[in-house]
Design a protein around this ligand. Structure first.
Ligand SMILES: O=C(O)c1ccccc1NCC(=O)[C@H](O)[C@H](O)COP(=O)(O)O
Length: 273
């Protein structure tokens, strides 16, 4: 664990992950995962590369529920949502696989990855190398590393393994200390740095977090602003600060037609952007 106080929700989720790992390892050994990942080896999509392309790049999130909002999408359909996002112009997808807190599922990741041609992030709380290999075996093109729930040694180990498996890595930060720690990881073109605008201690969301922390990253860093993007004004604010990549879930999912909501946001954001 890192030296700072870990937000209680995160601590709870990480404790659950430890229990899940015990069961998962009984069902599928490291060797099993290695074999599946080996058959998937050539089937990997360039997540970071897609975000580097010109224009507004949205990682559209397939998200049924969350600890802060409860159920967001009562008529949730992971595959229909993903296909809608792809048709609407998403750059990449994010699929929540955590069951207890987000009502996600590994099955959604497998199904979505097959139904679209976009690169897909496995959005979960990764704490052990097993999670990284498991993600690749499920078809993930990118994994998430949350600095707030990992020590420097853990993050270095998970980062190295993800890159070895050919995946991109979304390295998520919430404050200055986490950015400083994240930037000590080896530089790599598959590194994507996320600034999460959601304070995990109280769930408050402030886009100022991204604007404040952005100045700490080297200029050529691939930066994604995460959480709390609700409008074209929010997108334009970020574009004005040279941030072109966005991770957005709730705003789309709560409408019941996530793809159309993404198309609308892109169209409105491109007006005089
Ligand atoms: O969304 C939550 O309530 C949450 C609570 C605790 C840990 C993580 C949480 N969210 C994960 C995310 O990072 C968001 O799903 C993602 O950035 C999209 O955010 P939004 O557009 O606000 O749904």
């Amino acid at each position: 664990m890192p030296h700072q106080a870990v937000p209680s929700v995160l601590q709870k989720i990480v404790d659950t992950k430890r229990q899940e790992l015990v069961r998962a390892k009984q069902q599928q050994s490291w060797h099993d995962l290695e074999q599946i990942a080996a058959t998937n080896r050539d089937d990997i999509r360039d997540f970071a590369g897609s975000l580097r392309k010109a224009g507004i790049r949205v990682i559209a999130e397939v998200k049924k529920a969350s600890p802060s909002k409860g159920i967001i999408a009562p008529n949730f359909d992971a595959v229909a949502t993903a296909v809608g996002y792809e048709q609407a112009g998403a750059a990449c997808l994010s699929v929540l696989t955590d069951t207890d807190y987000f009502q996600g599922s590994d099955a959604y990741l497998l199904q979505v990855r097959q139904a679209v041609s976009l690169p897909v992030l496995r959005k979960d709380f990764m704490i052990e190398p097993y999670h990284i290999l498991q993600s690749r075996a499920l078809g993930a093109d990118c994994i998430l590393l949350i600095m707030a729930c990992l020590s420097d040694a853990q993050v270095a180990e998970l980062h190295e393994l993800a890159l070895k498996l050919g995946m991109s890595v979304l390295i998520e930060c919430h404050d200055e200390i986490e950015v400083e720690r994240a930037l000590r990881l080896p530089a790599h073109r598959q590194n994507v740095y996320g600034v999460n605008n959601r304070n995990l201690h109280n769930f408050d969301v402030s886009l100022d977090t991204t604007l404040r922390l952005k100045t700490l990253f080297p200029q050529d860093s691939l930066l994604v602003t995460e959480s709390g993007i609700h409008s074209a004004e929010d997108v334009k604010l970020m574009l004005g600060h040279d941030i072109h990549a966005f991770l957005i879930g709730e705003q789309f999912m709560k409408t019941g037609d996530a793809g159309s909501a993404l198309a609308k946001l892109l169209a409105q954001s491109q007006q005089s952007a």
